[in-house]
Design a protein around this ligand. Structure first.
Ligand code: ATP
Ligand code: MG
Length: 431
């Protein structure tokens, strides 16, 4: 036998029955986006490497060590598999002058790629739902984006404040961050002996990220560090408070976490994360915030923007942890074809039923012809269908089919195929 070829480590196949959970989640997301008036966008999975280097920042984890970057061997272009969705979304809206007529609310669902150590909740190809609001500066859209994530948790059956908790912070504006950064570097330098190698390396490039350290030995230094929130001016504080007021009025619990910084450099003002304790160290399910400078940084006409990204694998793992199942996706009917039945008549009848909205699965005969009625009924049962349609030579000759309920009892009945429009809808009706 030829050698068995395998998928790349950290990149997963999503097959039935698991794919049904994905479709269920995607349906919920699409319904949510429709309710809030967000329109779908789809951008390429591969972008020029420069987009992410310029967009996310050169000293971010993603750009430093997680990107799948390569040279197109045919023309030498420097390309990267997208590690996140915001940079590509902004590239697209800039390229198409998409904000020309005003702001936009957009969303996407799709794969992202990061070269990380694969583990539960952390993969090399993973999937995000992203929502981006571009062209609006007010705190209303920040609050809306947060409220809609809370609405999604509720739609899925998660308990807000229990299964998932909201953390909120404000990063202020660049000049406020600069003042804080200087104070922070002074503080960290004063305790240089307590910093680990990574922190030392980041001291002058990305000191804010040091506050995010998981190194227990550094916690005292980090705890005592100057807080960005104390450097915020009036306008930044007003923006933050306006977001908080909406969340408070909505009764949405959150925790202000002054140490919350996000992995990308493009954020300002509002940042937030939805975290769970149920997924170990892969605890962030969704994160987002404002990125008012990014559009201009990527060559577009300056415009404010805010958004979030949600890890679908982590969300599905969390749902599983909590015991929330997607509803079963069984067919309405399973077609049993007895020996000697003219196949063209069966398939014609099935097409008519499907045209009426009935989902019906044909039991394939294989090369030996029809299997026994008994074994076909077994398969019908296993399919989860609520009805078996039994096509026999005599019934079909009379223009009929036998209909047998497989769930919840009831007698087998005979139906006229010519009158399918009348009885077919009862097969598709869900109780
Ligand atoms: P983490 O701190 O866990 O590495 P992150 O800050 O890198 O997360 P973001 O860049 O904010 O994550 O991406 C948004 C969401 O995408 C995360 O909250 C998470 O749910 C998901 N995510 C990020 N990286 C991965 C990955 N490698 N595998 C699966 N999901 C991921
Ligand atoms: Mg990460």
């Amino acid at each position: 036998m030829a050698e068995l070829l395998k998928a790349i480590k950290g990149m997963n196949d999503i097959l039935p029955p698991d794919s049904a959970r994905w479709e269920w989640l995607e349906d919920k997301v699409r319904q949510l986006m429709r309710r809030y008036g967000y329109l779908n966008m789809r951008t390429p999975i591969v972008e020029p490497t420069a987009l992410f280097v310029r967009g996310l920042g050169e000293v971010t984890d993603i750009v430093e060590k997680e990107m799948y970057s390569f040279e197109d061997s045919l023309n030498g272009d420097k390309l990267t598999l997208r590690p996140e969705g915001t940079a590509g979304a902004v590239r697209a809206i800039n390229e198409h002058s998409f904000l020309y007529e005003g702001g936009k609310r957009l969303y996407y669902i799709g794969p992202m790629f990061r070269h990380e150590r694969p583990q539960k909740g952390r993969y090399r190809q993973f999937h995000q739902v992203g929502a981006e609001v571009l062209g609006f500066a007010g705190p209303d859209v920040d609050a809306e984006l947060i409220l809609m994530t809370a609405a999604l948790w509720r739609d899925l059956g998660l308990k807000v404040g229990e299964d998932v908790r909201l953390q909120l912070n404000s990063l202020g504006q660049p000049e406020e961050r600069l003042a804080h950064r200087e104070a922070l570097i002074r503080h960290l330098e004063a305790h240089a002996d307590l910093l680990d190698d990574e922190a030392k390396r980041r001291l002058h490039s990305n000191p804010l990220r040091i506050l995010d350290t998981k190194n227990a030995a550094m916690q005292p230094v980090v705890e005592a560090a100057p807080k960005l929130i104390d450097f915020l001016g009036e306008a930044s504080l007003a923006h933050f408070n306006a977001v908080r007021t909406v969340l408070d009025a909505a009764g949405l619990p959150y925790e202000v976490n002054p140490r919350l910084v996000r992995g990308m450099d493009y954020y300002n003002l509002t940042v937030f994360e939805w975290v769970t304790e149920r997924l170990g160290s892969q605890g962030t399910v969704c994160g987002g915030g404002r990125y008012d400078g990014l559009i201009e940084q990527l060559g577009g006409k300056p415009a404010p923007a805010v958004g979030w990204g949600l890890g679908m694998e982590r969300l599905l793992l969390l749902l599983q942890e909590v015991g929330i199942e997607a509803p079963a996706t069984s067919p309405d009917a399973f077609a049993i074809v007895l020996a000697g039945t003219p196949l063209h008549a069966v398939m014609d009848a099935l097409e008519k039923l499907r045209a009426q909205g009935v989902s019906v699965v044909l039991n394939p005969a294989g090369k030996d012809g029809a299997a026994s009625a008994k074994s076909q009924f077994k398969k019908a049962d296993a399919s989860g269908a609520r009805f078996a349609l039994v096509f026999g030579p005599d019934e079909v000759a009379r223009g009929e089919v036998a209909l047998k309920p497989l769930r919840g009892g009831g007698e087998q009945q005979v139906r006229a195929l010519a009158a399918a429009a009348e009885w077919a809808p009862t097969l598709a009706a869900r109780s």
